[in-house]
Design a protein around this ligand. Sequence first.
Ligand SMILES: C[S@@+](CC[C@H](N)C(=O)[O-])C[C@H]1O[C@@H](n2cnc3c(N)ncnc32)[C@H](O)[C@@H]1O
Length: 125
Amino acid sequence: MDDKKRLLDIINLIDENKNIIDIGTDHGLVPLYLAKNGISKNILATDISEKSLEKLRTALTDELSTIISTRVTDGFKGIEKKENQVAIIAGMGANTIIDIIEDSLDFAENLDYLILASNINTEKL
Ligand SMILES: C[S@@+](CC[C@H](N)C(=O)[O-])C[C@H]1O[C@@H](n2cnc3c(N)ncnc32)[C@H](O)[C@@H]1O
């Protein structure tokens, strides 16, 4: 599938003014779009890999940094629960996504909703 369309399909599912968590953000294209288009004013972009997260960090201006914060972490580990919170987990295998949710079920159940888009074994999700 065309990557731009895939990411736009995800973005179109997100309501305005949510507190967003993008797990496994890598280049951070979804957080950047949400911030630049005023869809969210509070976005946490995470990745298990410092090197991956660096791609987003280099794209953050001072203004974008007031909206997007970044954190190296595995799944939801160490993330603060909030009201009005939504998470995106996209671009990884279904098994990884399932592990992330099962490791933090209590956290996941507090979310308004999750947007999940696996690239392998999608039927398992
Ligand atoms: C292919 S990229 C997907 C980027 C973006 N989410 C997308 O949909 O285009 C997958 C990213 O997930 C990260 N990742 C894999 N397992 C993870 C985990 N348990 N917690 C957080 N990030 C993880 C990888 O380091 C990688 O940067």
